[in-house]
Design a protein around this ligand. Structure first.
Ligand SMILES: Cc1cc2nc3c(=O)[nH]c(=O)nc-3n(C[C@H](O)[C@H](O)[C@H](O)COP(=O)(O)O)c2cc1C
Length: 174
C-alpha cells in the first residue's frame, strides 16, 4: 500500500498532525510520502493507492488566499501563504480516480460545536473531481489560532493514521 499525504499549515499545527498521521500509516506498514500542497505534483493513481489531504480550517472551510494573508498578519508563516490544499485540489483533473481518499483538518477546540471544517470541504471537493472517500473526515483541535494542539491530539492523529492504513490495506484490491 502506497500513500501520499498532502498538507498545508500556517502555524505548524497541521504539519504536526500530518507527521503524526504519517507515523501511524507507517505503523500500519503503508509506504508513505509527505508533501506540502504548494509543492505537491498532481497525484497519479498508478503511483499511490491512498491520498490523505489536510490543513487548517479558515473561515469555516479550506483556506483561501485572503485568509492565509490574514493568518500572516496574526503571525503565521509568510512562506506558507501562497497556495494551499484548495488550490491543489483545483488543479486535479476530473476523474474517476482510483485512489482512496481521506481528509483531516485542524480547528479551534472552543469552536467545535460550529459546523465549518476544512476537512469536510476538502472531502466534498475531492469527491466532485471523482475520488472515493474511504473514511469520514477528521478534525484535530488546537487551543487558539496559533495553536498549540490540545493535549492528546497528536497521539489521536497517529492512531487515526494507523487505523486509516489498516482500513485502506483491507480495501485494496489484491
Ligand atoms: C483567518 C483565519 C480564520 C480561521 N477560521 C477558523 C474557523 O472558521 N474555525 C476554526 O475552528 N478555526 C479557525 N481558525 C483557526 C485555525 O483553524 C487555526 O489557526 C489552525 O488550526 C492552525 O493550524 P496551522 O498551525 O496548521 O495553521 C482560523 C484562523 C485564521 C488565521
Amino acid at each position: 500500500m502506497r500513500a501520499l499525504v498532502v498538507y498545508e499549515s500556517m502555524f505548524g499545527n497541521s504539519r504536526t498532525v500530518a507527521r503524526a498521521i504519517v507515523d501511524g500509516l507507517r505503523a500500519a506498514r503503508v509506504d508513505v510520502e509527505l508533501v506540502n500542497a504548494a509543492e505537491a505534483a498532481t497525484p497519479r493513481g498508478d503511483l499511490v493507492e491512498l491520498l490523505v489531504v489536510g490543513g487548517p480550517t479558515h473561515a469555516f472551510s479550506m483556506t483561501r488566499h485572503g485568509t492565509r494573508e490574514d493568518a500572516v498578519r496574526q503571525g503565521g508563516a509568510a512562506a506558507a501563504a501562497g497556495s494551499g490544499i484548495r488550490e491543489w485540489i483545483d488543479q486535479v483533473h476530473k476523474g474517476p480516480h482510483s485512489e482512496m481518499v481521506a481528509t483531516f483538518d485542524t480547528r479551534v477546540g472552543k469552536m467545535r460545536h460550529l459546523p465549518g471544517s476544512a476537512a469536510k470541504a476538502a472531502a466534498k471537493a475531492l469527491r466532485k473531481v471523482g475520488y472515493h472517500t474511504l473514511v469520514a473526515s477528521e478534525s484535530f483541535y488546537v487551543d487558539d489560532v496559533a495553536g498549540p494542539l490540545l493535549d492528546g491530539e497528536e497521539e489521536r492523529a497517529r492512531a487515526w493514521g494507523e487505523r486509516l492504513g489498516a482500513t485502506a490495506t483491507s480495501r485494496a484490491p489484491a
